[in-house]
Design a protein around this ligand. Structure first.
Ligand SMILES: [Zn+2]
Length: 149
């Protein structure tokens, strides 16, 4: 049974400072359920991110948010030594930011951080899985290494 949808006002209040729009609101609602959603075209089947109202491949308007597995490989990794104050972010380690190419489709990528691994173990091409942490009172999708060393 589907849980009642969070209102637009509640959604914006739960994610202060996040750029919530009509196009990506479903993704944020998914986060509250610990479900990583990406937009997918109902006509050609292609996934795309960031969320857009029209499929960039076939221009169909029949686009809907669907869950992805969250499995993938690290495509890009950067380590932040400085940045704006943010809850749960420690720049002294420094703080890792990774873009993961998701298993669903070549070029479908999601950017977050890695938990449970030292920065030396975070490498391009490393297989990762999705997991969730709580940050600032809401679930945050993050990645963990599938083969931690
Ligand atoms: Zn399409």
């Amino acid at each position: 049974m589907a849980s009642p949808e969070v209102s637009d006002e509640d959604l914006v209040a739960r994610f202060p400072g996040e750029p919530i729009t009509h196009d990506n609101a479903a993704q944020y609602r998914g986060r509250l359920r610990r479900e990583l959603l990406m937009n997918r075209c109902e006509d050609c089947g292609r996934w795309h991110a960031p969320a857009k109202p029209v499929c960039p491949d076939c221009w169909s308007w029949r686009v809907s948010a669907e869950p992805v597995s969250g499995d993938g490989e690290i495509y890009l990794a950067i380590f932040l030594h400085r940045g704006p104050d943010a809850p749960g972010v420690d720049y002294s380690t420094p703080y890792p930011v990774v873009t993961v190419e998701l298993a669903e489709q070549e070029g479908l990528r999601f950017t977050s951080t890695v938990v449970g691994a030292g920065n030396d173990a975070i490498r391009i091409g490393a297989p990762v899985s999705l997991t969730w942490i709580d940050r600032a009172g809401v679930p945050l999708p993050v990645f963990e290494l599938r083969d931690p060393r």
